[in-house]
Ligand binder design. Structure first.
Ligand code: FE
Ligand code: FE
Ligand code: ZN
Length: 294
């Protein structure tokens, strides 16, 4: 169990099987971990925890040797702690608190969060506001869930596309011990980092943020060239990053105990994850999508 490659994808959580269905979906792809939203990512409606078949899902994970402490929850993306609008900021803090509680109810320890967009108020404003929002939520919900700030593509006014910005948020936060980082390969490339030079990139991250902060990896190819700031994920091998580079992150020594999560697009309404995960275990298959479509 120790040396298994920790890899999976994001999966859904829908009625009628909810969390049990999420675990089943993950296993059907050959995953050893997974990521899910505890409700629709784009709204604040949340199915009560009692309805989510959590105990059934946790028992099924145990049976199948999935370490529940490695699974990842993604916070809804309507949360925007950088918003200059008070209502949005307050709603975001409220929702973040709910998500912290919900994450822990599933046995998960990591909640991935987009830092936020300052929508014109400026980077410094955004950073201060995010740190404040994190502290408001973390001081009211005291559990063992870590918030992993995701590195962003830099689309629009997104905060957190540079490691320095992530570091500044953490340094301004009073609950530093409860913060981590989620590295997204598509986003880092879109933001302008040369992610193929993995040693330099990780050294830079270590110097600025600290490599021990990495709690999750999002493994995505990118439809756009480095620096494009577009945030369009591509299937593995079908983007500008390529399998060889992505494979270095998946198998890196430093990330042995870090969950690697695919968020690549569906192909003709079908999830590509079984094939993509298999390729990270067994090697790349040229033109695999042609075969997939048959
Ligand atoms: Fe994300
Ligand atoms: Fe991501
Ligand atoms: Zn993205």
């Amino acid at each position: 169990m120790q040396d298994k490659l920790l890899i999976g994808s994001h999966v859904s959580m829908n009625k009628p099987k909810y969390f049990l269905g999420s675990v089943e979906e993950a296993l059907s792809y050959g995953s050893t971990t997974f990521m899910f939203y505890t409700g629709a990512p784009q709204n604040s409606f949340r199915v009560p925890l009692e309805q989510c078949l959590i105990n059934e899902g946790r028992a099924f994970m145990k049976e199948n040797n999935i370490d529940e402490t490695k699974i990842i929850v993604h916070a809804p993306y309507i949360i925007n702690l950088a918003s200059p609008k008070d209502e949005t900021f307050e709603m975001s803090v409220r929702l973040l608190k709910t998500e912290l509680v919900r994450t822990s109810a599933f046995g998960a320890k990591t909640l991935v969060l987009h830092p936020g967009s300052h929508v014109g108020a400026g980077l410094e404003f955004g950073i201060d506001r995010i740190a404040k929002g994190l502290d408001l939520a973390l001081s009211e919900v005291n559990n063992d869930v870590l918030i992993a700030l995701e590195t962003m593509a830099g689309k629009g006014s997104e905060v957190g596309s540079r490691f320095e910005e992530i570091a500044e948020i953490i340094s301004k936060c009073a609950h530093k011990d409860r913060l981590g980082v989620c590295l997204d390969t598509c986003h880092m490339s879109d933001s302008g980092y040369d992610i193929d030079d993995i040693d330099s990139l990780l050294n830079e991250f270590d110097r600025i943020v600290g490599i021990n902060r990495v709690k999750c990896l999002h493994i995505n190819d990118s439809k756009n060239v480095r620096g494009a700031k577009k945030d369009r994920h591509a299937n593995i091998g079908y983007g500008e990053i390529g399998y060889k580079t992505l494979n270095k992150y998946v198998h890196h020594e430093l990330f042995k105990n870090v969950s690697k999560i695919l968020e690549t697009p569906y192909i003709d309404d079908l999830a590509p994850y079984k094939q993509e995960i298999a390729m990270f275990k067994n090697g790349y298959v040229d033109h695999w999508i042609d075969e997939f479509k048959k």
